[in-house]
Write a protein that binds this ligand. Structure first.
Ligand SMILES: *Cc1c(COP(=O)(O)O)cnc(C)c1O
Length: 453
């Protein structure tokens, strides 16, 4: 044996020195073995303490990859990278109760026989959307895929405005999902202008549906024209072609009543105006779990549920339990804005944010001098209310230009991590997306970090 290799410590001794372990033993063992492998293959063999420090850094790095809670200081309420809508406690209680045991997921207590999965949630969703029927699938992309699959089985053509052939977030492009479903795209009008005549020209014997997609993550200004739902609805009825509206966000309460936000089309409003089917996300302005909710005529919903693709896209019990909780909060009507975290964040008055900010700065003691409150604008985010900005308040921390990136990294390394942003030469944390109960934790993290910068 090469004498140098004797300097490699035993795995047992090494793992002992690393305890308490931050990650499962087998993952740590894997990291140690890979490191030892490199040493055996002629890599440098460091001192034991140095070796352990290196391994610890590697373990720390991997532990950072775990899904874990963060403090959202971005001001973006529905941040796709940060998990979109935080769930209401009441909905989570139902998830825990149902997921940790057996449940009536597909069981009918009255007959003692097999029941229909999600029947009660579907009724609640239908009531919220003022629709004949509703159903939930994995997400809104899945909802759209299912709708396209079902309606293009015989006739293939889907008419959509060129202004609505959009990309929504990472990897979701309307034209690509159309293609994946086997539909044939018929593009109406131009990017900035599409009128009823443009749609009319494309209707033919092979038209399956007219699809309208809400421009949810951008807006166009200036020389723009799009066709209203009413006109499209009349046209679709004349030709007996279903009109499908992908709403994206799906606010079931009037966003115009919240903190000066613009009005977002509601599922009920869209159906009233003549859409035959609407679909929207469960985890955007609906404020619930990841899901795609489809509502409309019961004949259509029934057909969608019979489509073989539906089985591959259906929701699991945890999603249905969470949806049930959120739907009941809305239907109770008492204080849905106060109980659904996304709406609570969007509706918080700016004076209240300022008060919280003052309190956090007071709690910082002497290092509070380096932190000011600055007015800012929060966003709904997540591909919703694109033009919407809500006045907000940021904690703005002064630092030298070269210190800003390291400071942001230090905040990301906090326990829990704090995600903020750099603006105007300061590291900023928008308080609209920080839960009030996180304020003391945030103050602790800020003062810890400010001792290092
Ligand atoms: C966000 C969005 C989608 C995709 O929704 P997911 O639930 O993320 O799959 C589809 N259409 C529109 C208009 C959207 O805004």
């Amino acid at each position: 044996m090469n004498p140098a290799l004797r300097a490699i410590p035993s795995v047992e001794k090494t793992i002992k020195a690393l305890e308490p372990l931050e990650l499962p033993r087998r993952i740590v063992l894997g990291i140690i073995r890979t490191r030892f492998e490199r040493m055996r293959e002629g890599g440098e063999i460091p001192e034991f303490t140095e070796l352990c420090a290196g391994l610890k850094a590697e373990i720390d790095g991997m532990a950072r990859g775990r899904i874990q809670p963060v403090i959202n200081g971005t001001g973006i309420v529905l941040h796709t990278n940060l998990g979109r809508a935080p769930l209401p406690r009441k909905a989570l209680e139902q998830v825990v109760a149902i997921a940790e045991g057996y449940s009536t997921l597909e069981y009918d207590l009255a007959s003692g026989e097999r029941g229909s999965r999600g029947a009660y949630v579907e009724k609640g969703l239908a009531a919220l959307c003022e629709a004949e029927a509703a159903v939930a699938v994995n997400n809104c992309a899945a909802a759209l895929l299912l709708i396209l699959k079902q309606f293009t089985r015989e006739k293939k053509e889907v008419i959509i405005s060129r202004g609505e052939l959009v990309q929504i977030g990472g990897g979701f492009r309307i034209p690509e999902i159309l293609e994946a479903s086997g539909a044939v795209l018929r593009e109406a009008g131009t990017t900035n202008k599409t009128n009823l005549e443009d749609y009319k020209k494309l209707i033919g014997a092979n038209t399956a549906i007219i699809l309208k997609v809400h421009q949810s993550n951008f807006w166009m200004d200036g020389f723009v024209e799009s066709t209203g739902l009413k006109g499209l609805s009349d046209l679709s009825k004349q030709h007996g072609i279903p009109l499908v509206f992908d709403l994206g966000s799906g606010a079931v309460i009037d966003s115009a009543e919240v903190n000066g936000l613009p009005g977002e089309p509601t599922p009920a409003g869209a159906l009233r105006e003549g859409a035959d089917i609407v679909c929207f996300s469960g985890d955007k302005l609906f404020g619930g779990p990841q899901a795609g909710i489809i509502a409309g005529k019961s004949s259509h919903i029934e057909a969608l549920k019979r489509n073989p693709v539906f089985r591959a896209l259906r929701c699991d019990k945890m999603t249905l339990a969470a949806l049930q909780g959120v739907v009941e909060l809305y239907l109770d009507g008492e204080d849905s804005i106060g109980q659904i975290p996304a709406w609570k964040a969007l509706s918080m008055p700016v004076e209240e944010l300022r008060k919280r900010g003052d309190e956090i700065i007071r709690n910082l003691g002497s290092c509070g001098k380096r932190v000011q409150l600055e007015p800012s604008k929060s966003e709904a985010g997540g591909g919703t209310l694109p033009a919407a900005r809500v006045d907000s308040i940021c904690l703005a921390i002064n630092a030298a230009q070269t210190e800003l990136d390291p400071m942001a990294a230090a905040f990301r390394g906090g326990k829990p991590p704090v995600i903020g942003f750099i603006r105007e030469g300061k590291f900023q944390i928008d308080l609209r997306t920080v839960f009030p109960e996180q304020d003391t934790t945030l103050a602790r993290i800020i003062s810890e970090i400010l001792t290092r910068f």
